[in-house]
Ligand binder design. Structure first.
Ligand SMILES: [Zn+2]
Length: 403
């Protein structure tokens, strides 16, 4: 049974709804070291250099990590390598990767041939709203984090972005600022962005309250002498305005939930915002890991909640399986999306392998228990990988506008 499920997954068209894929130039002189430094494995801060001892130490430390396990499988498959990566054959792996990337299109070939992506929603936080110069494959989501830091000319988001530097504008009061935000978002959507992306969980807790214009105005007028609490009030107001705008122009609002700063980043913190904005489509990211139950609760309660399990299978296949099974059981498999959430093609394929395994395990167990038929499972696969994103995001418009 599992074989049939795997076949259905591997034959399905795929829309990858979240990626930070780097541009062509990034893959010049690419090798194993550069790859590893730009994967989630690097977040564990285990250093390595060219010595065999440090490479051995690195492998000893990271080899059971889910990020490494999937990446290792992806490398062996993409490059047709049989031997396990070791400190001794490290350069052999690296040289093969490097030689394939001499063809500057190689990173795209992996995305096309191994991953089989038809479209990728791209979040270029280093240049919000970019499509990496390839509108055929990439549709941007517009990262809105910098807009929450417009209360001061010296305030930066966690990616070191600053509104005044990015857009070179001045504002006399909060109304002018909000007007600018509205026009900017609309312009980005008209230029091909298919969603807006809030990754504020890396900057602050997600317990946004209903903001007031007057509080925000006070902060704006007193820019250089404000407290943490006043900054939150300002951001609460800005988020309320963005939620209203997303409903008005019917654009999905993607929100990072879980992880990030960890303090109050679980998805339930968004409940008040979700409740107050019933016309806004909230796409909650990462299954709110490690608080995955929050997603099931919110999906069950609110028709305007969706879930993108991007990152989750790569991060923890156990959590992803549990979460996916729950979401199917509460009848919301038509509201699930998946994205790789990676910077490189090799790790993107690793994420796809992780998803494939998770999906196949969950669905084959459900078939064994007579909960689903094979046909049901095939419908769920096609929904998650293709139909759900096609219904949610306006790829056709994005294509047309960017031509
Ligand atoms: Zn991401």
């Amino acid at each position: 049974m599992k074989e049939k499920i795997l076949e259905a997954i591997n034959n399905s068209k795929v829309i990858n709804t979240h990626s930070h894929h780097r541009n062509d130039d990034f893959f010049i002189d690419f090798n194993l070291d550069k790859l590893l430094e730009n994967t989630y494995i690097s977040w564990s801060k285990v250093d390595f250099d060219k010595s065999e001892q440090s490479r051995q130490n690195y492998l000893d430390k990271v080899r059971f990590k889910s990020y490494f396990v999937w990446l290792h499988k992806a490398l062996k498959e993409i490059y047709g390598i049989k031997d396990e990566l070791s400190a001794q054959n490290w350069d052999y792996y690296s040289d093969i990767i490097n030689s394939y990337h001499k063809d500057k299109n190689w990173h795209k070939e992996i995305l096309n041939n191994n991953c089989k992506y038809e479209k990728i929603i791209l979040d270029t936080y280093w240049e919000p709203g970019s499509n990496n110069g390839d509108p055929g494959l990439f549709c941007p989501t517009f990262r809105i984090n910098p807009l929450f830091f417009g209360y001061s000319k010296d305030a930066f988001d966690h990616n070191d972005n600053n509104v005044y530097k990015l857009y070179g504008r001045e504002f006399n009061d909060i109304d002018e600022y909000v007007f600018f935000i509205r026009e900017l978002v609309k312009e980005k959507i008209n230029n091909g962005c298919v969603a807006v992306k809030n990754a504020l969980a890396y900057d602050r807790p997600l317990d946004f309250k209903a903001g007031s214009r007057d509080d925000a105005q006070k902060v704006f007028k007193n820019r250089d002498n404000i407290t943490e609490n006043e900054i939150r009030l300002f951001q609460d107001y800005i988020f309320g305005e963005i939620c209203s705008l997303a409903a008005e122009i019917n654009i999905p609002l993607q929100c990072h939930t879980g992880m990030g700063r960890l303090e109050k980043t679980n998805a339930l913190n968004l409940m008040q915002t979700i409740q107050s904005n019933p016309e806004t489509k909230f796409v909650l990211f990462h299954g709110s890991f490690p608080w995955t139950d929050d997603i099931a609760g919110l999906l069950h309660a609110y028709p305007n909640v969706y879930c993108d399990i991007c990152w989750l299978p790569l991060l923890s296949p156990t959590a992803a399986q549990y979460s996916l099974a729950q979401m199917i059981e509460i009848g919301t498999s038509d509201k699930i999306f998946w994205g790789c959430d990676t910077w490189t093609s090799e790790e993107s394929y690793a994420a796809k392998i992780a998803l494939t395994n998770v999906l196949a395990d969950v669905l084959s167990q459900k078939i064994e228990k007579n909960y689903l038929s094979l046909n049901d499972a095939e419908i769920i696969i096609e929904n998650i990988l293709y139909q759900n994103p096609v219904k949610m995001y306006d790829f056709f418009k994005a294509n047309k506008e960017s031509k």
